[in-house]
Design a protein. Structure first.
Length: 355
């Protein structure tokens, strides 16, 4: 079974469209090999909704074109192909409708429901990695989940234009489960207007707080700005071709832009291997506010030692190549202060942007 559909009903997890017990199904489904990848949708989805059910859209193996056309997350992540080691995909749905504040409250309850699922998976096989991918407000679900899990329960959390605050993310990453996980913060200036609205329409946890689109400063977090030509060029030289930004404003290009979900799948392929400095910290110009780490802010590091082979974020290594022993570190210190200019945005708007 490559894909299981699970929903949050309040603080409880249940199967989508089935009265069968969740625990017994998970026990049968986790008997195979490969990682477990939990996929969490963002704002304005509701399981079972006529036009906004995530299990009929981006979390489906065969997504319907509602309310707009989206790629299949499970397909792009390698599920449903019949491979013995493709792992287990969990499509996690939650009620993300209403105002932003209502959706935030719903995300907190859904995070507790998801923690029950991940705790069960961890008890069944503590050595099997469990990774979480969340878009937009879906990352709030993942961060709340960390508060209710033991150390080592989660391998990596990949934030696709995550809608959360820096202080809330730092607090979650300081929990036992958060300290043992790795947080990959994928950002782009295409999402700046949505970060701005998120900061204005929700309550700031602390004065002067910012959305994580501005970057993160944590030992186990790294920020990938996919609007930066140098970042894309560096990833391309390592075998990860991600298309250039095609829109000035787009909240969905972190999974609709060609190559992004394939790169995300590779980040989940092997979480045990961490990158050397040459892969995790390519030379980048400063763009984030001082104190917030970003890949483009780090100085140019030396290349990998001779004979080693690291992919970005330690996803894969060539067979037979010894592992690079340089330590994992997302930044070497606070970058210089710089603003975020929209001058390099290319087109006016993504066709999926509400007008």
């Amino acid at each position: 079974m490559a894909l299981i559909r699970i929903n949050a009903r309040g603080q409880t997890a249940e199967l989508h469209g089935s009265p069968a017990p969740l625990e017994s199904l998970l026990q049968r489904a986790t008997a195979g090999d490969g990682p477990v990848i939990v996929m969490i949708h963002g704002y304005n989805y509701r399981p079972g909704g006529r036009s906004n059910c995530p299990h009929r859209h981006l979390l489906s193996l065969e997504p319907a074109h509602l309310p707009w056309r989206a790629p299949s997350w499970p397909r792009q992540l390698g599920f449903g192909l019949g491979h013995a080691d493709e792992g287990l995909g969990i499509a996690f749905g939650w009620n993300a409708c209403g105002t932003l504040r209502q959706a935030q409250a719903s995300a907190a309850r859904a995070g507790q429901a998801l923690a029950q699922v991940c705790a069960l998976l961890h008890r069944q096989d503590p050595r099997r990695p469990v990774h979480v991918i969340g878009h937009s407000l879906g990352i709030e679900v993942a961060l709340e989940m960390l508060h209710h899990l033991p150390q080592g329960a989660i391998g990596r959390i990949i934030s696709l234009f995550g809608a959360s605050f820096q202080s809330r993310t730092a607090t979650a990453l300081d929990t036992p489960a958060g300290r043992s996980a790795e947080f990959i913060n994928i950002t782009s200036r295409e999402n700046d207007p949505f970060d701005f609205l998120f900061e204005r329409l929700t309550r700031l946890p602390t004065r002067g707080d910012h959305a994580i689109g501005h970057g993160l400063n944590a030992a186990n977090a790294v920020t990938l700005p996919l609007d930066d030509a140098d970042t894309l060029s560096h990833l391309r030289t390592l075998g990860y071709a991600i298309a250039q930004p095609q829109h000035r404003i787009c909240h969905w290009s972190s999974f609709t832009r060609p190559g992004t979900l394939r790169f995300t799948a590779t980040c989940c392929a092997n979480h045990r291997r961490r990158p050397c400095n040459a892969c995790a910290r390519p030379a980048r110009r400063a763009r984030h506010a001082a104190g917030h780490g970003c890949l483009r802010c780090a100085p140019s590091p030396p290349p990998c030692p001779p004979g080693t082979s690291c992919d970005p974020l330690g996803a894969r290594q060539r067979a037979g190549a010894p592992r690079c022993s340089q330590p994992f570190n997302s930044t070497t210190g606070p970058p210089p202060t710089a603003g975020r200019s929209p001058s390099r945005w290319r087109k006016w708007a993504c066709p999926m942007t509400p007008r």
